[in-house]
Write a protein that binds this ligand. Structure first.
Ligand code: FCB
Length: 449
């Protein structure tokens, strides 16, 4: 498929629905001399941690090339850009603003404002300052307060130049991948560790929200969660029950405290020694009103009953059509997810803050014919449209990602960009998917003139 197509009457084509692209600081910025080290710098040095033994030292050289990258946004016709701020770039170890680091974002945001591109800022997209990790990182309750201080100082300075703030990107990944199974920075393991990290991240979110609101009363404040919908391997009741536990452990562990101030029932299944330490009042702090919920969606997973008494469920390998990173392509899970969440929770308005696909891109004759990625986007836009027509309130959609970048433990082996990056020359080339977005958004613009 070469082009993206939506009917003019689609809710996605209406004026108020926004389209953007997303990136994150560590994945694109480079210039590690301009900031303090973060946990990903350290993790990248660990033998075997990163697929191609690479790191974020250069990445897309975005700090040097940001003006050119903003031109790419303009070419794509997007009306919004989701970026993240590097905590170790904008704050000193003493917890004060590092002016030169902040200046980088101020000039970037000023340029986006001039071009009428709405700025969605994520305060934490996984790059915890290393000095905080040395004091325990997210296992140390004080880190939640350090985050609140960082959020206070940065939002005070950036104020309403920003359209929306998100406290965190995907607490699941930071806590579970980083502190429970150890495949992401800082590479710690253990259920007690993962659950405690999650609790402190949620607490940090809750502490920061009222401060952001006070500093920026006219800016939307929320959080970004990732959802991997859980499907049972069979209709057998044990498999269905295990799937519910998996959903609670992986997805609802983050959403339910935010919206209802409680952990899901699976909490009670954990041995006392694996339960997080929760202070009185924490759950009320975590349950702050949200102006929006950011949802990142890529794939689904299948589950069946546990095979040993320490496990809650068995997770299965991805089946069926897959992207290059090995994730199943199953757009209907997005529609079902939204409908299920809307039935179960009193949801704030939703933005899809990430959706996209890694594909085996080839740059040939100055072109990348990523028709497989275009098809991925098309099918997911249709799933989103179906959810909206069924009554779910979604206000915007961000494609992951503006350009190819450092894909965490996969290094530079996985390309998610609409724009192809040659990591030797740093040359950027619009892929066919970028051209498809450009055309669709041009059409949308003309429709709403
Ligand atoms: C998400 C991350 C993002 C990117 C995509 C592929 O989990 O938020 O940084 O790596 O996956």
């Amino acid at each position: 498929m070469k082009n993206l197509q939506l009917s003019p009457s689609s809710p996605l084509m209406q004026r108020d629905f926004i389209f953007g692209v997303a990136t994150s600081s560590f994945q694109i910025e480079g210039d590690i001399d301009g900031r303090l080290p973060c946990i990903w710098d350290t993790f990248c040095q660990r033998p075997g941690a990163i697929e191609d033994a690479s790191n974020g030292e250069v990445a897309c050289e975005h700090v040097a090339r940001w003006e050119q990258d903003v031109e790419l946004l303009q070419q794509l016709n997007v009306s919004a850009y989701r970026l993240s701020i590097s905590w170790p770039r904008v704050m000193t170890q003493e917890g004060e603003i590092n002016e030169s680091g902040l200046h980088f974002y101020q000039q970037l945001i000023a340029q986006l404002n001039r071009l009428n591109i709405q700025v969605f800022v994520t305060l934490y997209h996984w790059d915890l300052p290393q000095y905080l990790e040395e004091q325990g990182g997210w296992l140390n309750r004080d880190t939640a307060y350090a985050f609140a201080n960082y959020a206070a100082k940065v939002t005070e300075r950036l104020g309403d130049k920003v359209a929306a703030y998100a406290t965190f990107n995907e607490p699941f990944c930071s806590a579970y991948l980083g502190y429970e199974i150890g495949v992401h920075a800082p590479g710690k393991t253990g259920r007690a560790s993962g659950r405690q990290a999650a609790h402190h991240i949620l607490l940090a979110h809750g502490l920061a929200m009222p401060i952001i609101r006070k500093n920026c009363p006219n800016v939307q404040a929320g959080i970004v969660l990732n959802f991997t919908p859980c499907y049972p391997k069979s209709d057998n009741p044990e498999d269905v029950q295990a799937t519910t536990l998996a959903d609670e452990y992986i997805n609802l562990w983050y959403l339910q405290p935010l919206l209802e101030g409680t952990y899901p029932d699976v909490f009670e299944r954990l041995p006392e020694s694996d339960k997080p330490v929760i202070y009185e009042g924490d759950m009320a702090i975590i349950q702050q009103p949200l102006d929006y919920l950011g949802v990142n969606f890529y794939t689904r997973l299948h589950y069946s009953a546990a095979t040993d008494s320490n496990s809650l469920y068995t997770e299965h390998e991805h089946q069926g059509p897959k992207t290059a990173i090995g994730w199943e392509i199953y757009p209907d899970a997005l529609r079902e997810l939204f409908i299920r969440l809307a039935q179960r929770f009193d949801l704030p308005p939703i933005y899809i803050t990430e959706n996209g696909a890694a594909m085996a891109d080839q740059l040939e004759g100055g072109q990348v014919m990523d028709t497989d990625r275009v098809a991925y986007f098309q099918s997911h836009l249709e799933a989103l449209e179906a959810a909206m027509l069924a009554g779910v309130e979604v206000k915007g959609y961000f494609a992951w990602s503006l350009m190819d970048n450092f894909e965490w433990a996969e290094g530079y082996t996985q390309r998610f960009g609409l724009v192809y990056v040659d990591f030797q020359s740093q040359q950027r080339t619009l892929k066919q998917s970028a051209l498809a977005w450009q055309a669709l958004l041009q059409q949308k613009r003309e429709l709403n003139q």
